[in-house]
Design a protein around this ligand. Structure first.
Ligand SMILES: NC(=O)c1ccc[n+]([C@@H]2O[C@H](COP(=O)([O-])OP(=O)(O)OC[C@H]3O[C@@H](n4cnc5c(N)ncnc54)[C@H](O)[C@@H]3O)[C@@H](O)[C@H]2O)c1
Length: 244
């Protein structure tokens, strides 16, 4: 019998199909910038224009896009629509993803009512909560179901992505149950580091940490006086030395 596989911590950076994790994290930023350009009727953009719209430096952008095999055309730049398609395909946004949310309190309600998920291909197929008093409550187009329905919902809709918006104390147990049910990607809003087996990806959204990072930069600005300290790259967490 082979030894048990080590559980992986959600802070691990793992390349996705050869693309560095930091590049993967910037692809949605490029996608949003490209969508903005397309909405303004712009058909082609130089790497400098695209980098400006995305808030990164152009060398980094060119390097990132080279992982997708996209180099632009000399003197013309990038075809906005085609690059949008390439990035969406790379991120997996050319298909719909059913999503379950567990923990429908204050945050769960806000997430369930957020129309941006559906418009980006993330359809909510289940809102689940352990509190019997919440079960049956309508939230937007959905009705909250019992947490015990998790396995059935995951199997019925082939759910790969689960969102955790429970208190921190419940998050690991919820995560374990999601993984046992077949979920392989977890978006965690609870302020706790989750432990998951290999093959399961966890992204953590920690608003307090983001605020602490902004506080750090505010403090540096105040110490340095007027004038920009560093280039805004759209992903402040990536370069912040602040460890939460
Ligand atoms: N409210 C916010 O603005 C906010 C912002 C960022 C992060 N968070 C984090 O998100 C999480 C939820 O915050 P909230 O304010 O919505 O809390 P909340 O108390 O309003 O809601 C939590 C919900 O989770 C349910 N729950 C508890 N244990 C469960 C379990 N084992 N299985 C299924 N459901 C369970 C509860 O019944 C409740 O409905 C917390 O970890 C919080 O730190 C909240």
């Amino acid at each position: 019998m082979s030894p048990p596989s080590p559980r992986r911590n959600d802070q691990d950076a793992r390349p996705s199909r050869g693309i560095p994790e930091a590049t993967v994290a910037r692809l949605p930023v490029y996608l949003r910038a490209l969508t903005g350009l397309a909405d303004r009727g712009i058909a082609t953009a130089s790497s400098e224009e695209l980098a400006r719209a995305a808030g990164v430096n152009s060398a980094k952008l060119r390097k990132d896009l080279s992982y997708l095999g996209s180099y632009g055309t000399r003197g013309v730049g990038y075809d906005v629509e085609y690059l949008r398609y390439q990035i969406a395909r790379e991120i997996g946004l050319t298909q719909d993803w059913p999503v379950v949310i567990v923990g429908i309190g204050n945050l769960g309600h806000a997430l369930a009512n957020y129309s941006g998920f559906v418009s980006r291909g993330f359809g909510i197929v289940g809102l689940l909560d352990a509190d019997p008093a919440r079960v049956g409550e309508r939230v937007g187009d959905h009705v909250i179901q019992a947490y015990n329905e998790l396995e059935r919902v995951v199997s019925e809709y082939g759910v790969a992505i689960g969102v955790i918006s429970t208190p921190a104390t419940a998050a690991q147990e919820v995560c374990d149950r999601m993984v046992a049910a077949g979920i392989t990607s977890v978006l965690n809003f609870a302020p706790v580091v989750l432990s998951v087996p290999p093959g399961v990806d966890v992204r953590k959204v920690d608003l307090s940490t983001e605020l602490q990072i902004l506080a750090y930069h505010e403090q540096r600005k105040a110490l340095a006086g007027p004038g920009p300290l560093s280039q805004v790259d759209g992903l402040p967490a990536e370069r912040s030395p602040l460890i939460p």
